[in-house]
Each structure stands twice: as C-alpha cells, then as structure tokens.
Design a protein around this ligand. Structure first.
Ligand SMILES: Nc1ncnc2c1ncn2[C@@H]1O[C@H](COP(=O)(O)OP(=O)(O)OP(=O)(O)O)[C@@H](O)[C@H]1O
Ligand SMILES: [Mg+2]
Length: 471
C-alpha cells in the first residue's frame, strides 16, 4: 500500500505573523506611511533603511514589508534578496518612482509580491495590502484542508507506477496536464506534485476555469489596473501574479474560451502577464498544472481548443484511471474514509462488513473517489455503532432533479456557504444518534416526520452530489 503524504509546510507562519514593516529613509514619508497603514487597521513599524529593516524583521515578525527601492546602505533590491533568504514567508511590496520600474520588475523576479508606483493613493495602497492578505489567508485555508488526512491512497499497480513517474516529474519545472473523470483525484494529485517540487514552500494557487464567465475569469487570472474598465475602481492582482514563484493550477482548462486560450498561451510563452489596462507586462515565474475531464485532443479536432496551447500544456500528460478500473482500491479507500468520518463525528472506528466491500466493488462509481467518500461518510452515520452494511450505502441513480422546494425553515443559521449542507449534516448526525429512528430524529430536530422524509428524498434525488462539510 502506498501512502503519499502531501506537504503542509510553507504557510505555518501565516497565522503567527502580524503587522507591516514600512521601510523608507525619508522620515516624513515613513511617518505618513506608518500612519496610513495603521488607519487600514494593521499594526505598523518603521525602519530607516534596509539594514535596520532586517534587524526588525527578526523582532517584530511582520507578514508584509513595504519598502522603498532607493535607500542608503542596503538597497530595496538587496533587501528583497535578503528577506527571501532569511524569511521567505514574508510578503514584500516595493514603492518606486516612475523611472525605476525596471528595478521593480527585477525585484519581482527575486520574489517581491507587488510594487506601487509613486505617487500612489491611499486607496491603491489599501487594495494592494488587502489583496495580499486575502491571498495569504486563502493559502492557509487550503493548507489546513490538506492537513494530515490529505493523502493519495492506492494499492493499484497502475496507480503506483503513475505516482512514481509523477514523483520524478514533480522535481522538474515541466507543465503537467492531468486528465481524469470527475472525482478521480486530479486536484489532489496537482497538490501532491506541488508539494514534491522545489516550489513546495511557495504559493499554490488554484483557478477553476469553469466557475467564472469569460470576462471575470480574465481579470481573475490577469488582474487589472484601476480604471481599466467600468467598475474597475481598484487595482487587482491576478492569479498569475499571485502564483509567482509557485504553482498555478488551471482547473477544468477545457472550459476556457478560445480568446482566453490565446492570452494564456502568451503568458506561457513569454512568461509575462499583461494586466487588463496595464502599461507594461509584469514578469511571472510560475509552474502550470492544468486539469481536464474532457479529452482535449478531441476538443482540438473540433476547433474548440487551440492546438498550439494543447501542445504547450501536454508536455507531461497524466491520466488518472476511473475508480471502476481499479477496484482493488475500493476496500482501502472505503476504510480510510470510514475512519475519517468516524473520527470527525466522534464515533468509534467502524467495521466494514465483507458483503459491503463486495457490494461497493460492483457499483459503477461515475462520481469516482469523491462519490465513494460521500457514500461512506453517510454510511458511517447511518450504521451508528454497528458494522457498515450494504443497506447503509445509499448510492443514488444519477438524476437531474428539481431545485429545493424551500418549504421548511432552515434548522440552523448559516455561518457561511451552504445552509443546505449544514442542515443535511445535522439531519444525518441526528439519524445516527437515534440509530436511524426517523420518528425520534424528527422529534429531536423539531420537524415533522413528513418533513424529514421529504428532506431525505430530496437529498437522495439530488444524487448527494455535494460533499459534506469537512469539519
Ligand atoms: N487516491 C486517493 N486517496 C485518498 N483520497 C482521494 C484519492 N483520490 C481522491 N481522493 C479524494 O476524493 C475527493 C475528490 O478528489 P479531487 O477533488 O482531487 O478530484 P477531481 O478529479 O479534482 O474532481 P473534479 O473533477 O470533480 O474536480 C477529494 O476529497 C480527495 O481528497
Ligand atoms: Mg477538481
């Protein structure tokens, strides 16, 4: 059995770091900046030059250094180099006069995150800082999600071969194209590649190309300057730039329109990004991993995907086989998911009955590993303290179904995201606690038995497609 752990490091300091260090040799400028940063709600410290900055970084552990470029003793450029060597987790933004944009670009290559052209407005400063902060936070959430349980499990000989090839190519800078049906583990594999690459401690940024309409996807990827188009009131840093020095995952690349494909190709060839409305291209150093659940070569044949882009992405193609072609993984994965679900719900480690394993191996698994994970999670709750039997594994026929009727009041207020998922989890937990006694469960939930029955039917009709929240 192989148990490939993905790497967690690289973001551990995100939570502990605080405050912003402002480095400027001009005392009045420095004071004004420190004041501005404080008004934005961040702790701020000042440093009089690069050498002073390095000393203070050790003491006040800032998450961001905002530095002037031209300074005595240690220049902004030297400072970037030193910070990246000593404290690579610290973000850096440079402030530069118009004439020295080239040096700023140089600094970006060394790992600075952004630069501000002087003079700049408070509004722009605020935007750059919040963009960076948000980027860091979403990274650390992703890292939590990939904590100890984020492993690629397999005992399938083909998958084991595939993973050992992947380990070799992870070390290179090569673009990787991951093909596989929905739920086969494409994103998991992409994170694994990143974690085994020299960029493991650098950002991993994922963009789902299917999730956004064309125009939005473009500014998401490329960023835009303030005033680039109506509504662009603030400058936005794109994902290409956020992924600078790290890995960019372009999820569902087959969904990208031909227009955007052309722009993406340019980035991959020139290694620079044109912000929408921007004056100069910004150099980026990224490794690209793309995923698709369509046969891209067929899309090329039908003129829906650019051939030149296809060849550029297809440097290292990997196909993850569907779960039904590696039935040997089912017992392994089922046990893993059962243990995970039980632990999450504070239950004893469940037993999976032999008849259940045989049953699971006969199913088509159109939703692949993700579907298996969902089925097992529910089965654990439904089985309660006893062994997991086939009847606990509610695998639903794929059906398109009417939207939620919304007749009932939600059972619990939503903190964020899907109320529906929270409600569903609550229902399953209650059913588990009452040994699947619907009358008792309905009573505990304060709803009628008929409502409970309707809810359960609704979930089933929906094919249980969304995964349960993982906390
Ligand atoms: N071999 C595996 N071992 C353990 N967990 C796995 C494995 N493969 C997939 N998973 C889990 O299954 C779920 C789906 O995986 P993932 O999101 O990577 O699939 P995907 O191919 O990107 O799906 P989609 O096409 O729907 O986006 C995740 O929770 C992932 O952790
Ligand atoms: Mg995915």
């Amino acid at each position: 059995m192989i148990d490939y752990q993905t790497n967690q490091e690289g973001t551990e300091n995100v939570q502990n770091s605080e405050g912003i260090l402002v480095v400027d040799d001009d005392p009045s400028m420095r004071a004004a900046l420190v004041e501005s940063v404080r008004r934005l709600g961040f702790a701020a410290h000042g440093a009089i030059d690069g050498a002073d900055a390095l000393e203070r970084i050790g003491r006040c552990r800032p998450w961001l250094v905002l530095t002037d470029l031209k300074m005595p003793r240690l220049t902004g450029l030297d400072l970037v180099r030193e910070i990246k060597r000593r404290a690579p987790q610290v973000s850096i933004v440079l402030m530069t006069a118009y004439g020295s944009v080239e040096t700023a670009v140089e600094a970006m290559k060394l790992g600075a995150n952004d630069y501000l052209l002087k003079p700049f407005s408070m509004e722009l400063l605020a935007r750059v800082i919040t963009n960076l902060k948000e980027g860091r936070e979403s990274d650390s959430i992703a890292a939590r999600g990939t904590s100890d349980q984020r492993v690629i499990l397999t005992q399938d000989p083909g998958m084991i071969r595939l993973l050992s090839t992947v380990e070799t190519i992870a070390a290179s800078q090569a673009t990787v194209l991951i093909n596989g049906e929905s739920g086969t583990g494409k994103e998991l594999l992409a994170r694994f590649i990143h974690s085994r690459s020299p960029r493991a401690h650098r950002p991993f940024i994922a963009v789902n190309c299917a999730a956004l309409p064309d125009g939005l996807l473009e500014s998401e990827l490329f960023g835009h300057e303030r005033g680039a188009f109506t509504g662009a009131v603030i400058r936005k840093i794109g994902k290409f730039e956020m992924a600078h020095t790290g890995t960019l995952l372009l999820d569902e690349i087959g969904e990208m329109t031909l227009g955007l494909q052309a722009k993406l190709l340019r980035v991959l060839q020139e290694r620079e990004v044109d912000r929408v409305g921007g004056r100069e291209p910004v150099p980026v150093n990224i490794r690209v991993i793309a995923t698709t659940n369509r046969a891209l070569h067929r899309e090329v044949e039908q003129n829906r995907f650019r051939e030149d882009l296809y060849y550029r992405l297809n440097v290292f193609p990997i196909t993850i086989p569907p779960l039904r072609e590696r039935l040997g993984d089912i017992p392994l994965l089922a046990r893993h998911f059962a243990a995970k679900a039980a632990a999450r719900n504070g239950m004893a480690q469940p037993q999976i009955h032999d008849s259940t394993v045989a049953y699971l191996q006969r199913l088509p698994w159109r939703g692949n590993v993700r579907e298996l994970e969902n089925v097992i999670e529910r089965a654990v709750l439904l089985a309660g303290e006893g062994p997991i039997l086939p009847e606990h594994c509610l695998v639903e026929v794929q059906a398109t179904v009417a939207p939620l009727t919304g007749r009932d009041q939600p059972l619990q207020p939503s903190i964020n995201g899907s109320l529906w998922e929270m409600e569903r989890e609550l229902i399953f937990k209650t059913l588990a606690r009452t040994n699947n006694n619907r009358t008792k469960a309905a009573k505990e939930l304060g709803i009628s038995i008929r409502t409970l029955r309707n809810k359960l039917r609704e979930y089933r009709d929906r094919g249980w497609s969304a995964p349960l929240p993982s906390s």
